[in-house]
Design a protein around this ligand. Structure first.
Ligand code: ATP
Length: 240
């Protein structure tokens, strides 16, 4: 079953074609990675899939539902976890108060203890958000995304700017969600992260998927094809 399916997705900002007819299908239970250089259209794509940005054209189906507004949209919101690229949490709330606030948005949710354990922030429970390290803040952002026991988790560059230890801690959180049967769509600039976490990886450039494959297939052949950017270091098959 497809957790995410989109066809012919287009988004323009004035003269900029941010998403250029993107086709994507993510299977339930899969961790799918979107890689690509700055400005490739990853955040725009993920925000359209999250129902935050309306597309100019194309069809989006998430967990078999559409962003039609009303009851269908509300039902979908209950089943998704979203970590934005730049999550702004209130500095003067504690970690516990932040989790309680996010819990209050959902009908069904993890307890505060459960969610703090998931992201290993129990000892920071009473700390102000403004006093957390960058890695701890990111884990709290993921905690807020996990609080509703989502089936599908969207992560937009979850580990950008983190030190290697904080990055590994977040990988563990994501790995546990995946092992419990959750579906993940993540964007990243790090091929190592995609290889570590993802079942399949798509390379985006200029608003399109230009290559799509499994990380293991990628590891078998490390040649850089003409036309793909060296920064991604990919040899993946052309996408649709
Ligand atoms: P990064 O890796 O730097 O986060 P990205 O792949 O996520 O980049 P997007 O943020 O989706 O790329 O941006 C795609 C293009 O759309 C860029 O040229 C960007 O400048 C443009 N863009 C994105 N959002 C807007 C906006 N709200 N208004 C105008 N242009 C935008």
């Amino acid at each position: 079953m497809s957790a995410i399916r989109c066809t012919g997705l287009v988004k323009r900002y004035g003269d900029v074609l941010a998403v250029a007819g993107l086709e994507l299908a993510v299977t339930a239970g899969e961790c799918f990675g979107l890689l690509g250089p700055n400005g490739a259209g990853k955040t725009t794509t993920i925000e359209i899939l999250e129902g935050l940005t309306p597309p100019d054209a194309g069809d989006v189906e998430i967990l078999g539902l559409r962003w039609t507004g009303g009851a269908e949209t509300r039902a979908l919101r209950e089943r998704l976890g979203i970590q934005l690229q730049d999550t702004q949490l209130a500095d003067k709330l504690t970690v516990e108060e932040t989790v309680r606030l996010f819990r209050s948005f959902y009908r069904s949710s993890h307890t505060v203890d459960e969610v703090l354990a998931l992201v290993e922030l129990e000892e920071k429970r009473g700390a102000w958000v403004g006093k957390l390290s960058g890695g701890q803040k990111q884990r709290l952002a993921v905690a807020c995304a996990l609080v509703s026991r989502p089936e599908l988790l969207f992560l937009d560059e979850p580990t950008t700017g983190l030190d290697p230890q904080s990055r590994r801690q977040l990988w563990d959180v994501i790995g546990r969600f995946r092992a419990a049967g959750g579906t993940i769509l993540l964007t990243t600039h790090y091929m190592e992260e995609a290889e570590r976490l993802c079942d399949r990886v798509a390379i985006m450039d200029h608003g399109k998927i230009i290559a799509l494959d499994t990380p293991s297939a990628r590891q078998r052949d490390r040649r850089v094809p003409s036309g793909s950017r060296r920064a991604t270091g990919t040899t993946l098959r052309p996408g649709p």
